[in-house]
Design a binder for this molecule. Structure first.
Ligand code: HEC
Length: 378
């Protein structure tokens, strides 16, 4: 067998269409699939722009951001779209390490929880049958969130139902199976669905165009990432359900732990030493930090320890530097001046000329001093 075919049709008017597709195989068995499709509402575009460095925040530096929204049917922000309709928040996140997401290895796997579930849902066919606040083929997400408790057991059961498909809980209609989803993906989707009625807990009510002073708690060793997120739900178009879109931007604390944040050679050795977790790189091995924004960065500090003297070579975009490491058998902070550069560029550090090897703890990105900076801001 293995016959495949595709059907296509162009809808010229906005509306909700019930589509049925009947397939007949060589044995004459036929099957009818029904679904409803919404036509005529373009999804809104939401963007967050950060001025200055887009990878890091520094505590004594104002963070300048602008949120923008554009929608084919509703208009632009301030012209058709009132600022109150845009949800914007800045949230410090501890724990979860979002470095990979920020540094250019962005996949759905390492976006933060809810944003990831939402992204997976918008990339899937769920919206053909579900909407946030209105029943289409299946129940609205708000009704689902209302009915179920948000615990891990429920998340598993519902995720399984999305993968397997089925009916019986909400009426006559059944949900199609989604065998292409992994359990993890389906669970992220459900976690998002069960959260739609929750009030966000982060800092809200901020202007859409503003300055923010990120802070960290000096008592805590672990520093937060700051996540800026904006979301807008359009008004729909006649019978067509509204669509919401969101944007997220993550800013990292400028001191980056090598063991958690860099791409390292496979099976790189790690060891706790004094107050840090160190990673061993041998001659010829390198760490890859992904795309890192160099804007405003004036100096790199690298905390390391080496048994012998060694040479490091650092590449950041066009810039190449050699760094000599002296072995004095103590943990040291090397300092390296950075040429003024702008934008995100790949950053790698490689160990060269080492009879033995170098242990790395963290890398700190120091910015230009504040007086210089305030001139730039104006
Ligand atoms: C072909 C239409 C259709 C598609 C596509 C669809 N659903 Fe459903 N969904 C339904 C129907 C119908 C129900 C109600 C089933 C029932 O009564 O148990 C439902 C129920 C659900 C429920 C509640 C299940 C329960 O037992 O209470 C969740 C959660 C859900 N869908 C999530 C999703 C997600 C996530 C996607 C996208 C991956 C999706 N659905 C795609 C039609 C659909």
């Amino acid at each position: 067998m293995g016959t495949s075919a595709s059907a296509s049709h162009t809808f010229n008017f906005p509306g909700v269409y019930e589509v049925s597709l009947s397939v007949t195989d060589e044995q004459g068995l036929s099957e009818l699939t029904q679904t409803s499709i919404q036509v005529g509402n373009a999804p809104p575009e939401v963007a967050i722009t950060i001025e200055g460095n887009t990878s890091f925040y520094w505590e004594d530096t104002p963070l300048r951001y602008i949120v923008d929204v554009n929608d084919k049917e509703d208009g632009q922000l301030y012209e058709g779209i009132k600022a109150e309709r845009v949800q914007f928040q800045i949230e410090p996140i501890y724990g979860q390490d979002l470095m990979q997401a920020q540094m250019g290895h962005q996949t759905a796997d390492n976006l933060s929880g809810l944003a990831r579930g939402e992204q997976l849902i918008s990339a899937s066919d769920c919206k053909n049958c579900h909407a946030i606040n209105k029943q289409i083929n299946g129940p609205s997400y708000m009704d689902i969130a209302q009915r179920y408790k948000d615990d891990s057991q429920t998340v598993k059961i519902l995720a399984n139902k999305v993968i397997q498909g089925g009916g019986g809980n909400w009426g006559e209609k059944a949900m199609a199976a989604h065998p292409q989803l992994t359990e993890k993906e389906a669970e992220a989707m459900i976690t998002y669905i069960l959260s739609v009625n929750d009030a966000p807990t982060a800092i809200e009510g901020l202007p859409l165009d503003g300055i923010y002073w990120a802070k960290t708690d000096p008592q805590k060793k672990r520093k937060p990432q700051y996540v800026l997120s904006a979301r807008f739900t359009d008004s729909g178009n006649g019978p067509i359900e509204s669509i919401s879109s969101s944007a997220q931007h993550i800013l990292l604390y400028p001191q980056v732990e090598v063991d958690r944040s860099a791409n390292l050679p496979e099976k790189a050795r790690k060891e706790n030493r004094e107050d840090g977790r160190f990673v061993l790189l041998e001659e010829g091995q390198e760490m890859d930090l992904g795309a890192v924004d160099a804007t405003m960065v004036q100096e790199l500090k690298i905390r390391l320890w080496s048994e012998t003297s060694a040479k490091l070579s650092l590449e950041w975009g066009e810039m190449q530097k050699e760094i000599a490491v002296e072995s004095n058998d103590v943990i040291q902070e090397l300092s390296l001046a950075i040429d003024p550069m702008e934008g995100k560029m790949p950053l790698t550090i490689k160990v060269q000329d080492a009879a033995s090897s170098v242990w790395f703890d963290w890398i700190r990105f120091e910015k230009q001093n504040s007086s210089l900076l305030s001139q730039n801001i104006r």
